[in-house]
Design a protein around this ligand. Structure first.
Ligand SMILES: Nc1ncnc2c1ncn2[C@@H]1O[C@H](COP(=O)(O)OP(=O)(O)OP(=O)(O)O)[C@@H](O)[C@H]1O
Ligand SMILES: [Mg+2]
Length: 704
């Protein structure tokens, strides 16, 4: 167990340690890695580690004999003694027991109030490619003239190919001597060049126009995704679905849709010209056309409808596969420790099976269509040949030669054009899905020019006025009618039980979630009137899960790249990060993997804290920023924060009381409501305060 209890409040921590680790797991060998030193006297053996080596191993009593270890333990004990937590008042505990049963609670956390899943079902998002999508893809971004130009050019290319056949026929006809050898070569070559230039212009022109369109769409999608609100979009949308849009859907638009449009125009021009040549030869061929057209329309309607559904299923089936794969990779350690590899392989296999099944249906459908198209073209070929044989005395033998030459490829051309048409429809499903991304909810205005923001916030006063917050319209109110004022430069500690709403206060201040009612004012300005980016760049937040990015250590400490190395190193030394920097020859250039995979949780937190300190903002929010840091380093960090943020307003959320005991005031939060907000020493003097009862409980805990 790798420090699983660090972010819990001490009631929960104690209950988990006693009931689970010492209760349910009794009889098993248990190895607990932890910063929670208050439990050391209850374990069989303690292993003290330093710099990757075991420094000492022994029981709690044995360990007392080593001066050095005793010193470490004393420091730990001293801090543990200071550590206190909030005991919920008895009434609330009672309410808790009566209110919701544990499994109901669990259910609630997965379901919204209406009893539906938080995430929207992707299957419900049925997409029919209507004329609107065609209009948006073809017409909205390019005018009619654009397509008329390309279609005319394509017809010219097809005409050149057919004429080339006729001229070549004339040339090899021994009875015709109208043309000299060189004139025929010249004409034939010119027609071939015209045909290839026409095809090149058509395909290149359409490619360029499509690339321009899809690039713009991709950029717009990225902008929309970047500005989508966390609570209303990311919480509701599985990451696999978003990744699917940016991989499979975008890939279809980038790789192929342009070629398909070009080919469809070229192939249909060829098909039309083949029919024209046949009609020139034997006008009776035209009599077959209505039948062919009717057959084609029926087949295409049936095929395109089914193909569209299969394509939709294909796209939808990709999202769970990506989700599950992501979960499997990220949760590899947990899966292995529970010996659930086989189960995950089986589930992955099942999901993959759906994806490949869809592939099979797609190919079957293609074959079904191909066989029927073969019949249609054979019907046309048979009729034309029959007519020609019957009227062979009147027909032009060269035209017959050209026609048969063309007809060998006719069925292929017809099949190819129809399949391209249905593939295009499939790609347009992806285009439509991408268009839908442009309609996702957006955060309010990012930037807003306001002259008073020049030196705002100069003081750092924060006022909550009748402030309430809901994560989503269909969920419960999490922060309830908050009314309090934080004075400039004050250092505030925020405490409360797990789920009390502490982290939500940080989200509210940065407007990650907008207010449901009431307002927050910073230095007298209602934050909801500001541009969101303007607000966020003036507030520093160290979240509960430290986030690092792939790149160098320097980039992670100073993403904007404005702070000189000397300053970075000076601050790193102060924050106890010097050893970490020097462990690699590259120093500040050492590589950080994505998400900080190559660092310990404490190191990640330290880097995040240092990044925050270097930003030097007037308002700083720290959410359990030091939960995974050892107590000695935490003390160094506390000192550093005290020095560096002397002129800033600092809100510190912590479950360790020693982290906030020296704050100017402590805000005690319970179920989204402010219970107490006062000087911690004063609260400790008041026997009725929640703070006091907590301290009492801790005392009892120590005496045990
Ligand atoms: N994204 C979310 N969507 C819906 N409800 C949420 C979301 N995040 C948090 N909540 C709910 O809001 C309440 C407060 O959560 P919050 O994260 O603020 O608690 P906390 O006090 O920071 O707890 P902890 O000490 O465990 O970090 C909880 O009941 C939680 O279930
Ligand atoms: Mg929290």
């Amino acid at each position: 167990m790798d420090d699983p209890i660090s972010a819990l409040d001490s009631n929960v921590k104690k209950s988990i340690f006693e009931n689970l680790f010492c209760g349910e797991l009794r009889g098993k060998t248990r190895v607990l890695v932890t910063h929670a030193v208050e439990f050391l006297d209850q374990v069989d053996r303690i292993i003290v580690m330093e710099k990757g080596r075991i420094k000492y191993i022994g029981t709690y009593d044995e360990i007392q004999h080593s001066d050095e270890i005793q010193h470490i333990l004393k420091t730990l004990e001293k801090t543990a003694r200071k550590n206190s937590e909030l005991e919920e008042d008895k009434e609330e505990n009672k309410e808790d027991k009566e209110d919701v049963k544990p499994d109901e609670k669990l259910k609630k956390s997965f379901m919204s109030e209406k009893g539906t899943n938080i995430t929207e079902d992707e299957n419900e998002e049925k997409i029919v490619v209507g004329w609107k999508v065609y209009y948006s893809f073809f017409i909205k971004n390019n005018s009619w003239i654009f397509y008329i130009f390309f279609i005319t050019l394509s017809f010219a290319g097809a005409l050149a190919i057919v004429f080339n056949g006729i001229f070549t026929g004339r040339f090899i006809n021994p009875y015709e001597e109208k043309y000299s050898f060189w004139s025929l070569i010249f004409i034939s070559l010119s027609l071939a060049i015209v045909a290839s230039i026409a095809t090149t212009i058509v395909t290149t022109g359409i490619s360029l126009a499509t690339i321009k369109l899809t690039r713009k769409l991709h950029i717009d999608m990225l902008e929309k995704t970047a500005n989508a609100p966390v609570n209303l979009y990311f919480d509701k949308t599985p990451s696999g679905r978003i990744l699917n849009r940016y991989s499979s859907d975008i890939n279809k638009l980038d790789n192929g849709i342009d070629k398909k449009v070009g080919w469809i125009i070229s192939c249909f021009s060829m098909v039309i010209f083949d029919i024209v040549v046949a009609a020139l030869n034997t006008p009776f061929v035209l009599a077959t056309l209505p039948f062919i057209i009717i057959a084609m329309v029926i087949l295409l309607r049936y095929y395109i409808k089914s193909f569209r559904e299969v394509n939709r299923l294909g796209s939808v089936s990709h999202s769970p596969m990506m989700n599950l794969l992501g979960e499997t990779i990220n949760g590899a350690t947990t899966i292995r420790s529970f010996q659930k590899q086989n189960d995950f392989v089986k589930t992955n296999y099942k999901v993959l099976n759906v994806v490949t099944n869809v592939g099979f249906w797609r190919e079957s459908l293609r074959s079904w269509f191909a066989i029927r198209i073969e019949f249609v073209s054979l019907f046309l070929l048979g009729f034309t040949s029959g007519f020609m044989l019957y009227y062979r005395s009147k027909a032009d033998p060269i035209l017959i030669g050209v026609l048969f030459n063309r007809f060998i490829m006719f069925n292929m051309m017809l099949l190819f054009s129809c399949q391209l048409l249905s593939d295009l429809e499939g790609d347009l499903v992806s285009y439509d899905r991408c268009l839908k991304m442009l309609e996702i909810p957006q955060e309010r205005e990012q930037r807003k020019y306001m002259p008073e923001l020049m030196d705002w916030p100069s003081q750092g006063q924060i006022e909550f006025e009748d402030y309430s917050l809901k994560y989503r319209p269909d969920t419960e109110v999490v922060l309830k009618n908050l009314n309090f004022t934080i004075k400039p430069k004050e250092k505030i500690g925020i405490v409360g039980r797990t789920g009390a709403g502490k982290s939500t206060i940080c989200l509210a201040l940065c407007r990650i979630v907008e207010a449901f009612e009431g307002k927050i004012k910073i230095d007298g300005i209602d934050v909801s009137t500001l541009g969101i980016a303007d607000l966020r760049e003036r507030i520093t937040i160290i979240p509960q899960d430290p986030t690092l990015f792939e790149g160098t250590l320097r980039f992670n400490l100073d993403p904007v790249g404005t702070i000189p190395d000397v300053e970075l190193l000076r601050m790193a030394r102060k924050a106890n990060l010097e050893e970490f920097i020097n462990r690699d020859d590259k120093g500040l250039d050492q590589k950080i993997e994505d998400g900080g995979k190559n660092l310990s949780s404490g190191e990640k937190q330290l880097i995040c804290i240092l990044r925050a300190i270097l930003r030097k903002n007037k308002i700083v929010l720290m959410d359990e920023a030091t939960a995974n840091i050892d107590i000695k380093t935490e003390q160094i960090i506390q000192k550093l924060i005290h020095e560096e943020f002397e002129d800033s307003t600092v809100l510190t959320i912590a479950h360790r009381l020693n982290t906030i005991i020296n704050s100017d005031r402590v805000l005690v939060l319970s179920r989204g409501e402010v219970q107490e907000f006062d000087d911690p020493q004063k609260l400790l003097e008041d026997q009725d305060s929640m703070f006091y009862s907590y301290a009492n409980e801790l005392k009892k805990h120590e005496e045990e």
